[in-house]
Ligand binder design. Structure first.
Ligand code: ADP
Ligand code: MG
Length: 452
């Protein structure tokens, strides 16, 4: 048990390790939640505190916790719900009685494993996710009646977990009596293993727990692939639920047929219902997501900075995008500066420098010509000799790959050729590279030289 007094001592330890302003800005606002089995749970007032402390002070916090509490501690930082949210009854009211110590902050409401922030309201719809969003919304409104199962797949950080939680929230809101089970495939696996090992009758409990829910939301189902016993258990759970028209929704980072070592019988069941993919967000969606998040976290973000971030942070992972915004918010508050493009440029300087340099079209022509011992003017001419035809096609291909020029733009640079000629050339090189090793080497060499 950690007393308020011990928590204060711990804060003091931290205070001695960092500058005052750092302590006051980042560490003082942290609050104690619990310490059990070597896990110290700490509350942070907003997501960007959590991010900042994680990025900058985690090793220190770990070290000091081990020092103060005499055991190596795993640290979990939990973002606390904002004050406007409905109050949560404290789980340990007695621990808040000391008058000189603020009441221990309460962990975010667990909601049976559903993150309160992952709702449909907060999900920004764009081209790449509108289908998955619509399917999720339909399923939440008519569980078991429309698409069963619903299989949502897409890359990391594209919003799969968010949608899955959103379904859970909406279903519970509409029908509080409904037993909605959200589980991560990894947790499912671990729980199964421990119920096999540790308890008598544990396996029976495990089976009946999952086979009797009204709705199963399983996240990252690709995790069960290659695990025989888990797949067996999942298969029977699936069948039990499906035969009673209970809704099943799963997410995966890949299409079911592309998950290696996933049993065929499970693979095929995932295709019984509806398969919806989430793709990479376009620029507009990224901007909208940044705006929405800035609003929720009360980070003052102008349109200009939102655009700058969305186009500079070269990622499709929305979590990274959110991380960038948090980082910017943290810098701005720490340095007491407004969030401007200038500040953003400073904060993300390393990213900006790392973006590939702009390739000059003429440099491409020159490099190709030199390597093949022809003249740039030959490439642009309409000579049809094979000595110039291949280099010309390579140059068109590289221009298309390495510059933002369109097919017609490229055609113009080759003596006003038609865009279809360029398309044909590009396709031809793409094809040839696949089995012509020497051509592939040539192209790679040129590319490297140009990227220099
Ligand atoms: P995945 O499960 O696909 O890896 P998550 O659902 O965990 O991705 O999303 C990563 C983060 O991005 C979460 O904080 C989530 O709220 C946010 N996010 C993803 N897509 C959207 C969206 N369309 N609108 C708003 N936030 C989103
Ligand atoms: Mg996820």
């Amino acid at each position: 048990m950690t007393t308020p007094h011990e928590w204060y001592l711990f804060l003091d330890d931290l205070k001695n390790q960092v500058q005052d302003h750092e302590f006051n800005t980042w560490l003082r606002p942290l609050s104690f939640i619990s310490r059990e089995d070597g896990l110290l749970r700490i509350g942070a007032p907003a997501p960007f505190y959590k991010q900042w402390v994680t990025d900058n002070y985690l090793p220190l916090v770990e070290r000091m916790a081990a020092f103060r509490f005499g055991e190596p501690s795993a640290i979990e930082i939990v973002v606390l719900e904002d004050e406007s949210a409905p109050a949560i009854s404290p789980s340990e009211p007695s621990s808040a009685t000391t008058t000189d110590f603020p009441a221990p902050a309460q962990p975010a409401r667990q909601l049976g494993g559903l993150d309160p922030r992952y709702t449909f309201d907060r999900f920004v719809v764009g081209k790449a996710n509108e289908f998955a969003h619509a399917a999720s919304f339909a399923v939440a409104n008519n569980p078991g009646q429309t698409y069963n199962p619903l299989f949502i797949y897409g890359g990391v950080g594209l919003g799969k977990t968010h949608l899955l939680h959103a379904i859970g929230h909406l279903v519970r809101e509409k029908n509080p009596a409904m037993q909605v089970c959200y589980i991560d495939a990894e947790k499912f696996t671990n729980e199964m293993i421990s119920s096999m090992r540790h308890q008598r009758g544990g396996m029976q409990d495990f089976k009946s727990k999952y086979r009797n829910v009204d709705m199963l939301l399983m996240d990252d189902v690709q995790f069960i692939a290659g695990k025989e016993q888990t797949q067996e258990e999942f298969f029977h759970t699936f069948n039990a639920l499906y035969s009673h028209q209970r809704q099943i929704v799963v997410t995966s980072d890949k299409l079911s047929t592309e998950i290696p070592d996933l049993e065929k019988r499970i693979q095929s069941r995932f295709e019984w219902g509806l398969v919806a993919d989430i793709g990479a967000p376009d620029l507009e969606t990224k901007v909208a997501i940044l705006n929405r998040k800035a609003e929720t976290d009360r980070i003052p973000l102008t349109q200009e900075v939102a655009f700058f971030l969305a186009s500079t942070i070269q990622t499709n992972n929305i979590r990274d995008l959110e991380g960038a915004l948090n980082k910017l918010g943290a810098h701005s508050s720490l340095m007491n500066k407004d969030i401007t493009v200038e500040l953003a440029k400073k904060v993300f300087a390393s990213l900006i420098n790392a973006t590939p340099k702009e390739i000059q079209p003429e440099a491409v022509l020159k490099a190709v010509a030199e390597l093949h011992g022809v003249k740039v003017s030959d490439l642009k001419s309409d000579r049809k000799h094979k000595v110039v035809v291949l280099p010309r096609q390579i140059a068109m291909y590289l221009l298309r790959q390495m510059t933002p020029l369109s097919y017609p733009d490229i055609g113009t640079r080759f003596g006003g050729r038609d865009h279809t000629t360029v398309m044909h050339a590009v396709k031809k090189i793409e094809q040839k590279i696949k089995d012509d090793v020497s051509l592939k080497n040539t192209v790679d060499t040129l590319r490297k030289a140009l990227e220099g």
